[in-house]
Ligand binder design. Structure first.
Ligand code: FE2
Ligand code: FE2
Length: 302
């Protein structure tokens, strides 16, 4: 299945493997966005999927290695796997706190995911890689949504969880080309990649929303009109902000290199390089009306 005509295209961003550690308080409130249990539980639901999804992404990339000969792509694949490994370990710590702090029922979704990924891995490698590339095309939309709407989404929210989500999405944008390139190097067939956008994205959104319903039911607010309206609002916001990125990913001419990273993300990446070795990642000031990057920027970076 190896495509002998695969040619690596240069890209603008570097994949940096950083320490990805957030010191979540053990008594963290799972409703981490004040007065917004729906949004809190929706993001918690997405977090719940990560320790199952991201190890799967890593395995799919590892399986594809023997079909890839381009040294630059191999280097990107390694960077991708290191970043994803750091992400899912941190999500797992956070998810354990969610379950310990009131939502042990989430384990039901976790048990389902073990079986779902085992089933997916019995399918062809092309289907597996198309799923990975499809999911990654959605994360790019999340990066833009979470960064450009950070104040509206996370203003006044828990700084650990807000910072954790935004840093995760920054690293997603850094490695946005890798699953796509791996798919193209292995197969490149358009139809499977097209279907993978729905498969990878729809699966994770569906699982996250299922987990959100479980949590809202536990809170005994799921069937309230206010909650239902808020769920519809959150889903519409997600579709409006992430949908265009997924639509673009469906086009035959799509390449993640076409998507420009937000300036705030570039400032964050540059600011991170000024951080002393072994220093903890500075948290966002979610009470600041601009929620600036948590680093001192030089004049030219503003
Ligand atoms: Fe990730
Ligand atoms: Fe990723």
């Amino acid at each position: 299945m190896k495509q002998s005509d695969y040619k690596y295209q240069t890209k603008n961003n570097e994949i940096v493997v950083r320490d990805f550690v957030f010191d979540f308080p053990v008594d963290i409130d799972p409703v981490w966005i004040p007065c917004n249990p729906v949004r809190s539980h929706m993001f918690n639901g997405f977090s719940l999927t990560m320790p199952y999804l991201e190890p799967y992404l890593i395995r799919s990339i590892l399986k594809a290695r023997e079909y890839v000969s381009d040294p630059q792509l191999l280097k990107d694949m390694s960077g991708f796997n290191h970043q994803e490994a750091n992400h899912f370990k941190c999500h797992r710590r956070y998810n354990e706190l969610l379950k310990a702090n009131g939502y042990p029922e989430l384990e039901r979704v976790e048990k389902h995911m073990v079986k779902a990924y085992a089933r997916l891995e019995s399918k062809s490698l092309r289907t597996q890689l198309a799923y990975s590339a499809g999911f990654e095309s959605m994360t790019n939309g999340f990066t833009h949504w979470l960064i450009t709407k950070r104040v509206a989404l996370f203003g006044g929210a828990n700084p650990h969880v807000s910072s954790f989500w935004i840093m995760h999405m920054i690293e997603e944008a850094e490695h946005k080309t890798v699953a796509f390139d791996t798919y193209v190097a292995y197969s490149g067939q358009y139809l499977a990649r097209f279907l993978g956008v729905f498969h990878g994205s729809g699966h994770i959104v569906g699982l996250g929303i299922w987990a959100m319903f479980i949590s809202l039911k536990k809170d005994k607010i799921l069937y309230r009109p206010k909650t239902i309206l808020q769920i519809l609002k959150e889903l519409m916001l997600m579709c409006a902000n992430v949908g265009p990125f997924m639509f673009r990913a469906l086009l035959p001419s799509f390449n993640p290199r076409q998507v420009q990273d937000p300036q705030w993300m570039k400032d964050w990446v540059k600011g991170y390089t000024t951080l002393p070795k072994d220093a903890l990642i500075p948290l966002l000031d979610t009470s600041n009306p601009d929620m600036p990057v948590p680093f001192k920027l030089s004049h030219t970076q503003k």
